[in-house]
Ligand binder design. Structure first.
Ligand code: RIB
Ligand code: CA
Length: 313
């Protein structure tokens, strides 16, 4: 079976890191490059975290640091969720690679240009790098097979009542992405808030007793602290859904919508607005993930963590 060529773009971030663990363990994906984006923490911290996660999982592909800040706005970071480092919790190896001497957007463009087939982009942070890529290299759009993103939500937000964090941080970039015409799979809060991993699930992963599984369990321990304080029964591993939509879509329910991004609302900036009744008579621009078989999702994460025990030999 032909593998899906992908570029992982994220702001690790505990759930980004788990998404990368899942992607790297999947036989269906061919990871061509990784890039960092300013989101959960500063670009310096998310870049350092990206390279440490790559070292942990043995992912030896080109990496480059993305844009230092959103296209037009000042950064919003989330130390309350991911800690001062952006990936607080278990000790991680030092980077095993050096960043490419080019910007993350240039690396994306290079990979797209050099690829024989179109590449799927998997952003799990603000869409700054993707928006910049589309602005700077419109001629490369045909080389982007799909954008499978974590972001948005067609019923509610999490950073404001209307907006999800990734979209809110850089709504201008998100607007460029949703207007681009590139096929989009949007894993927003509608599904990620259902993708809860419970403490008993953490123990299934910890019991695998390989170095990566142990770290994943400890990431979940840390990530759950914030959510437990908000009354959650488990940790919503948001970003893993952007990968799940590629490697196990059969456990998800999806629906096509025409989605717009608000960039100028007093209360709604960053909102992803779905035209539920087709009143705008526009063709859908996004496949929105709405539901999940949670148990199958957890089994997928456990299976991915177990992979690292096999490769360790
Ligand atoms: O709203 C959830 C998103 O914001 C996730 O990508 C998380 O990592 C943070 O970036
Ligand atoms: Ca993220």
């Amino acid at each position: 079976m032909n593998k899906i060529p992908v570029i992982l773009d994220g702001d690790p971030g505990h759930d980004d890191a788990i998404a990368w663990v899942l992607a790297n363990a999947s036989p269906l994906l061919d990871i061509r490059a990784c890039t960092s984006v300013c989101g959960n923490q500063t670009i310096e911290k998310t870049s350092y975290n990206s390279m440490r996660v790559m070292a942990l999982i043995g992912l030896n592909v080109p990496f480059a640091m993305g844009r230092k800040k959103p296209l037009l706005r000042e950064p919003i970071i989330a130390p309350n969720v991911h800690g001062e480092t952006g990936l607080d919790g278990p000790a991680l190896p030092e980077p095993a690679i050096k960043p490419e001497p080019i910007d993350g957007v240039e690396l994306m463009a290079k990979v797209l240009k050099e690829s024989a087939e179109p590449v799927t982009l998997v952003p799990t942070g603000p869409l700054t790098n993707i928006g910049a890529l589309l602005l700077l290299y419109p001629e490369l759009k045909p080389k982007i097979a799909r954008i499978s993103l974590m972001g948005g939500g067609i019923y509610f937000g999490n950073w404001t009542p209307a907006a999800e964090f990734n979209i809110l941080v850089d709504p201008e970039a998100a607007n460029i992405v949703f207007r681009s015409g590139v096929p989009i799979t949007m894993s927003g809060l509608d599904v990620t808030e259902e993708a809860l991993v419970f403490p008993e699930d953490f123990e299934r992963i910890r019991a695998l007793n390989n170095p990566v599984a142990t770290v994943v369990a400890e990431w979940l321990d840390f990530f759950y602290k914030f959510h437990r304080g908000k009354g959650y029964d488990g940790a919503p591993v948001h970003d893993a859904l952007a990968v799940t939509a590629l490697v196990k879509p059969e456990i998800l329910t999806m629906k096509d919508y025409y989605v717009q991004v608000e960039t100028a609302g007093d209360f709604t900036t960053g909102m992803t607005i779905a035209d539920h009744f087709g009143v705008l008579r526009q063709q859908p621009n996004a496949t929105v993930v709405l539901g999940i078989d949670r148990q199958a999702f957890v089994d997928l994460l456990v299976e991915a963590a177990a992979y690292y025990g096999k490769v360790a030999g």
